[in-house]
Design a protein around this ligand. Structure first.
Ligand code: ADP
Ligand code: MG
Ligand code: ZN
Length: 719
């Protein structure tokens, strides 16, 4: 079967995208498939093309009407025969779709998952077996997933009836745990696994700690520059979304589940057409939105999971153009999530009270609710959790009856623990100094990725960050930083809390941590996660610091090239004045905003009154536990691994580049760090680029810098 020819004839695409062909081949041959690729990668084609190749009808199960309509419209436009069955259509339309399906005149039938629960419906489908079954957004099946849909859970029971068709499950957001759950729930038969493509090369990710009251103004300032739009802002609540949208004014609108469908549809349409440039949404927005030129995604609060976060930032820059994502968070965000958790997960005793009333016959929810004396909301949540645990079942009218699962209590505990771990992982992601992109790729278990640092995020390239300005240390700070380095010299890795007390630098723990993070960013130290068990048997997490090769071999008198975050504090008049004076609004192409002279004239950082320590963190969350924290991305980078020994020629080149960097920095009045980061310098030495094209490919060197410094560097290398 010539799939490439079929691709061209049917879809008009000249070629497969990365990984599509292998997936299509497996599905066409009749294998079950689990496909995990990020949003926008082109997953739909991976079931559509095999469906056409296998002839017959493909059954597509999709969780959202908007998604179904969008896909169906696209396929119809290609001249394919498509029908849908969902609650937005009339009874007649649904009947006609069933007739067409049974006639064999359809190539695609889209159905909502709850349809499978309608008595007789799966049996009707089974009268004419589909050629392929696709389950889109398959993470909804998993109770570990963030958009868990109870209706998806029972799908696995009905699929055997429709076999031997291959089943292909597609999703953008499955961690290894969720992947396993999907395979088990849908009962995939030794599936071919394709888990690919989480690295996004055009996203500059920023993660910034910022107090809540400042976040709206920051967002407004950021989105003022036209190159930052179109933009999606994710807000933590409907109220917050409404408020920010009205502050942003014309060209912006709120989008959330509390709006009527017509308004939502209008917002979505105007955003797609470009009439609206900013949508401030709660998480409900974005699924099925196919807008390629979103330049910025802002989160004004900590998302509830890394999966949700990744999915949301993934909506930026689908056209491949440089795009920016900014996450604003602080310690209180985590507390808020814990509050949500309590609200969304009623106590197990409440679940038990409802469960005790259920019988084998369906009962009306209103009657049950009266008997347990619960308000509507609590009752609905409780019922939903029981169904999710397989302890109860709904019929299509929402009536409840008991089902056989007797072990639902342990399942419920596990689910709650899992949600906690997701919040922990998200908070840890936000708080750990590391290449943001690499951290995400590790999280998703894309083991074929080389874990190279991205060169674009605020860790790899802090001088380009928009939300968190960096500055050179003052003389006093420079002395303190050097004291830390000396204390680590020749020592075994030291626990950071103890180091803080031992050194007695007169700064609080929070500021001390900021110093350690800055030293990590500069490649001078590494932070490794460690744990110990205290007298009460509780596992305490902490970090140890040690010097890197770079830190050990640096020359004592030289510039440290360390940048400290400018304290984000609205009460500091210096900063807000500066912001207004700034000629260029903070934007995508923002450059260092102040000259070197201004920088060194900065007054010293004022220690903040925020809580001094955030340790210990709760143990057990899956994020970044495998190989330490902080320094890992640098350690994993083969080209700049500081422990790689250089040849003599390379050492000479290294020295020439350093001299050039010093001269260039002096000429421009900028810190050396702004000219070239130490790890980029190392990358240049090791890869010895021949021309500008090679230089542009170098990790860690931004395009801007390649243009600006490229000719000088090449002269030095080849001259
Ligand atoms: P996903 O489901 O992975 O988020 P989609 O299947 O919706 O992504 O595809 C995203 C876009 O990419 C769609 O507009 C689709 O038409 C386009 N696309 C998919 N495969 C190709 C291809 N081989 N060549 C060009 N465009 C493609
Ligand atoms: Mg899709
Ligand atoms: Zn990075």
């Amino acid at each position: 079967m010539d799939l490439a020819a079929l691709l061209h004839q049917t879809f008009g695409f000249p070629a497969f995208r990365a990984n599509q062909e292998a997936v299509c081949r497996a599905a066409t041959e009749g294998r079950d498939v689990l496909l995990v690729m990020p949003t926008g990668a082109g997953k739909s084609l991976c079931y559509q093309l095999p469906a056409i190749a296998r002839k017959g009808t493909a059954l597509v199960i999709s969780p959202l009407i908007a998604l179904m309509d969008d896909q169906a419209a696209k396929l119809s436009a290609l001249g394919l025969r498509v029908a849908r069955i969902h609650s937005g259509l009339s009874r007649d339309e649904a009947r006609q779709a069933c007739r067409d399906y049974l006639d064999g005149s359809l190539q695609f039938l889209f159905i909502a998952p709850e349809r499978m629960r309608v008595p007789g419906f799966p049996e009707m489908l089974a009268k004419r077996k589909p050629a392929l079954i696709a389950i889109d957004e398959a993470h909804c099946i998993s109770q570990w997933g963030h958009d868990f849909r109870p209706d998806y859970r029972t799908l696995g029971e009905h699929l055997p009836l429709l076999r031997p068709a291959p089943v292909i499950a597609l999703t953008a957001t499955a961690t290894p745990t969720v992947q396993k759950d999907i395979v088990a729930q849908i009962r995939l038969d030794s599936p071919a696994l394709f888990i690919h493509g989480f690295r996004r090369h055009n996203l500059a990710i920023e993660v910034v700690e910022m107090s809540k009251p400042r976040r709206n103004q920051f967002t407004i300032d950021l989105l003022k520059s036209p190159e930052c739009r179109p933009a999606i802002v994710y807000a933590p609540s409907r109220k917050a979304a409404e408020e920010l949208a009205s502050q942003l004014g014309r060209g912006a609108a709120a989008y959330h589940a509390g709006l009527d469908p017509a308004t939502r549809e209008r917002v979505q349409r105007h955003f797609l057409s470009g009439n609206l440039e900013v949508v401030v949404a709660t998480i409900a927005f974005g699924m099925g939105i196919d807008k390629a030129d979103v330049r910025t995604v802002v989160h004004t609060a900590l998302p509830g999971s890394v999966e949700a976060y990744y999915q949301e930032i993934g909506r930026a820059g689908r056209d491949g153009q440089p795009s920016r994502t900014v996450l604003l968070h602080s310690f209180v965000d985590r507390k808020i999530h814990e509050g949500f958790l309590e609200r969304d997960y009623p106590p197990i005793t409440e679940l038990a009270r409802v469960a005790a009333l259920l019988t084998g016959d369906f009962q009306m929810p209103s009657l049950l609710r009266q008997r347990v004396k619960m308000d509507v909301e609590t009752f609905d949540r409780t019922a939903e959790k029981l169904v999710a645990q397989g302890a109860a079942a709904f019929d299509i009218a929402g009536n409840l009856r008991v089902t056989e699962n007797k072990n639902w209590q342990s399942g419920y505990d596990r689910q709650l623990a899992f949600r906690r771990a997701q919040i922990d992982a998200m908070a840890r992601y936000a708080e750990t100094p590391q290449c943001r992109m690499t951290a995400l790729i590790r999280h998703f278990g894309d083991t074929e990725d080389g874990f190279r640092p991205c060169g674009r995020c605020d860790f790899c390239s802090p001088e380009r960050a928009t939300a968190q300005p960096f500055r050179s240390p003052t003389q006093q700070e420079d002395r303190q930083l050097r004291t830390i380095l000396r204390a680590l010299d020749g020592a075994a890795p030291r626990a950071t809390g103890k180091l803080h007390t031992d050194l007695g630098l007169g700064i609080d723990r929070r500021q001390f941590d900021a110093y350690l993070n800055a030293l990590t960013r500069a490649g001078l130290i590494t932070l490794i996660a460690d744990t110990f068990t205290n007298a009460e048997g509780k596992v305490i997490n902490f970090k140890r610091a040690s010097l890197t090769h770079e830190g050990r071999t640096r020359d004592e008198g030289g510039d440290l090239a360390v940048m400290l975050p400018e304290e984000a504090d609205q009460s500091n008049p210096r900063r807000s004045k500066q912001r207004k004076q700034s000629k260029h609004p903070r934007g995508l192409s923002s450059r260092p905003k102040r000259s070197g002279a201004e920088r060194s004239a900065s007054p010293p950082l004022t220690p903040t009154g925020t809580p001094p320590t955030r340790e210990p963190k709760s143990p057990g969350a899956p994020f970044m536990t495998r190989s330490g924290m902080g320094g890992t991305s640098r350690e994993a980078r083969p080209a700049s691994d500081p422990t790689v020994t250089l040849t003599q020629a390379q050492q000479a080149l290294d020295q020439r580049l350093r001299d050039w960097r010093t001269a260039e920095a002096e000429r421009l009045g900028l810190p050396q760090f702004f000219v070239l980061g130490t790890s980029t310098l190392r990358n240049i030495v090791l890869s010895h680029p021949r021309n500008l094209a090679d230089l542009r490919k170098l990790e860690g060197l931004t395009l801007e810098k390649a243009e600006r410094f490229g000719p000088g560097i090449l002269e030095l290398l080849n001259g």
